[in-house]
Design a protein around this ligand. Sequence first.
Ligand code: ZN
Ligand code: ZN
Length: 250
Amino acid sequence: MTRASTRPRAGQDYRTTYTDLLEALSQPDCAVCRLVNQAVRQHVDVFLYEQLLVIERRDEIRAARGFCSIHGAMLVGGHGRMLGAATLHQDIINDALRQIDRAMNAPTVRLKRIFPPALRAMLRNVARAVRPRRMCPLCEYERRQEGVILRALVNDINDPALRGAFERSAGLCLPHFQMAVNLPDAPAGNQARLVELERAILAGLKAELDEYLSRRNASYESEPMGAEADAPLRAVRLVSGRVVHSDGRM
Ligand SMILES: [Zn+2]
Ligand SMILES: [Zn+2]
């Protein structure tokens, strides 16, 4: 296990470490969601400040027709990012325009003069021309980080400190739990231990939801709620996570 925290540098994967995991497990909600979110946010900054002029990166983003809506929204916070976002999107839109013009063959011809079958063929060409040809590069980065973080968690789950921190944590969101159980080439005994621990956390949350619902449905509504008061919110976050799957950019 790695005990030192390593911050990302340009072009490097964010290395989630044992200490990062311990720290994230002491915070609310899924620790993997939290670490992935931090890694992607840092990566966006690294990209906008250090890699904007790297031709390969620009090619990837053009081919993806930009970023998915979730990652695209991360680009527009702060003045420094606006300049990077403008440069990138000028490039993407310029390329999309070029492809649309090519698909239309003669964009200046009046469209209503084209016969319907030819018009439909042209529309198909335009749709094909603007379709992303690869997945969102930040989704791709995010997926890689999920793998790195989940593998670290599974590998070290029998470490007493990490296991204890996991037991006291909110558990993994269901999407990350599913990924952890499906990790190829991971030690199956460790994965089974994780299933055991996650199951206990899910059962605890289910009991809190039961308590919440029975209090809400009871006639004595004035009795104050205990820790179960925010169980619905925690349950929504645990079930959905923040996992960004491909939005059709594959
Ligand atoms: Zn998660
Ligand atoms: Zn994305």
